[in-house]
Design a protein around this ligand. Structure first.
Ligand code: F7E
Length: 334
């Protein structure tokens, strides 16, 4: 019998890569989506349009326990990957309340529904390097204490604690991946990597003349999302539920990302990047770099993409998209 998996956040970058990966492994893949998304498939399902014939989508809201309960009452899922969240850190400063509601209560509702209806369903929680925030050690590993620096980071620490508590209190198979930044051509335009690569493409085509950014000195451990979804799946195949750091072990500044992305089209970032105070955050996470030794040893996981390959793929993809639909990419306005 094929395994049955539910992915929340299936329309997002990670959800779409994970759905492809699980389908390739022979899974029956289900996705939880907002009702409004079902009403506007052309705009909302761009990342999964090629999968729509092969997956089953269920309308539900992370803010409504009954809607989540209903889905779990209808299907016997073997695995649940909880990826849905308000995941843009800057937005969590603008509206911390809705970020907390969605990210904390949404996680709690899913865990509670699983416990009530299908306690043997294995649960993956999308934890994040933002939980380390003002880092207590370099590199960060599973044992590094948390010090989140945004409502988003705080909401993820709460989700992590909920996940661990369900594991310890009810003996459920619940684990968290502590994933460092992971990017790729399907990344949302509001995140800095895609904002840079899409604007590089627009500048190259003469559709933009500058790129307005905030803090260029922030350092991140950037991997490729397609690599990271393999680790999510591997975590749920272990004999015991455990938490894992997933990272490349390399760190680069936003400035370095710019330098490489502009160089890809033979331009110098210094001629185009403009520092704009509005893109600075009230509290910044200055530097992240992960130690994923545990994932490499126990999950036998390692990233395939290098940093250079990641930047190259993103720039090339945005050059292609801009050539096809020059009006669509306007991330420079974000
Ligand atoms: O910012 C700096 C910004 O928004 C990266 C999410 O997936 O990864 C992501 O969170 C850095 C920050 O991602 C701009 O201040 C400068 O230092 O691309 P980002 P993030 O905040 O690291 C973690 C692992 C998650 O879990 C999150 O969900 O870039 N930066 N200038 C800028 N960032 C943005 N977005 N826009 C700028 O103009």
């Amino acid at each position: 019998m094929n395994k049955k998996a539910l992915i929340t956040g299936i329309t997002g970058q990670d959800g779409s890569y994970l759905a492809e990966y699980l389908l390739d492994l022979g899974y029956e893949v289900h996705g939880l989506v907002r009702r409004v998304a079902l009403e506007d498939p052309q705009r909302r399902f761009t990342r999964i349009s090629h999968l729509l014939e092969k997956i089953t989508l269920h309308p539900a809201s992370l803010e409504s326990y009954p809607s989540i309960f209903h889905i779990f009452s209808q299907h016997n899922f073997d695995e649940c990957y909880h990826l849905a969240a308000q995941s843009f850190v800057a937005e969590s400063f603008a509206d911390g309340f809705s970020t907390m509601n969605t990210n904390i209560n949404g996680t709690h509702y899913i865990l509670a529904a699983i416990r009530e209806l299908r306690p043997e369903c294995r649960f993956y929680f999308a934890g994040t390097s933002e939980m380390f925030g003002k880092v207590k050690e370099i590199p960060q590993r599973e044992t590094t204490p948390f010090h989140p620096r945004s409502p988003y980071g705080i909401s993820k620490v709460a989700g992590f604690d909920l996940t661990r508590n369900y594991r310890e209190a009810y003996n459920m198979f619940c684990c968290s991946g502590l994933l460092f930044n992971h990017e790729g051509p399907r990344r949302g335009f509001e995140f800095v990597t895609r904002k840079i690569t899409s604007t590089v493409a627009r500048i190259k085509f003469g559709l933009a003349s500058e790129l307005r950014l905030g803090n260029l000195e922030a350092k991140r451990d950037w991997g490729h999302a397609a690599d990271y979804v393999r680790a999510m799946h591997a975590m749920l195949q272990q004999p015991e539920p455990e938490d894992f750091v997933v990272a490349t072990g390399e760190t680069h500044s936003v400035r370095e990302f710019c330098e490489l992305a502009f160089a890809q089209v033979d331009l110098n970032y210094r001629d185009y990047v403009v520092i704009d105070g509005k893109h600075y955050r009230p509290a910044e996470v200055d530097m992240l770099v992960g130690d994923s030794t545990k994932a490499r040893e126990i999950l036998n996981w390692q990233p395939q993409y290098t940093f250079d390959e990641l930047v190259k793929e993103m720039v090339e993809n945005d050059l292609e998209l801009t050539a096809l639909q020059p009006r669509k990419l306007a991330a420079s306005e974000i």
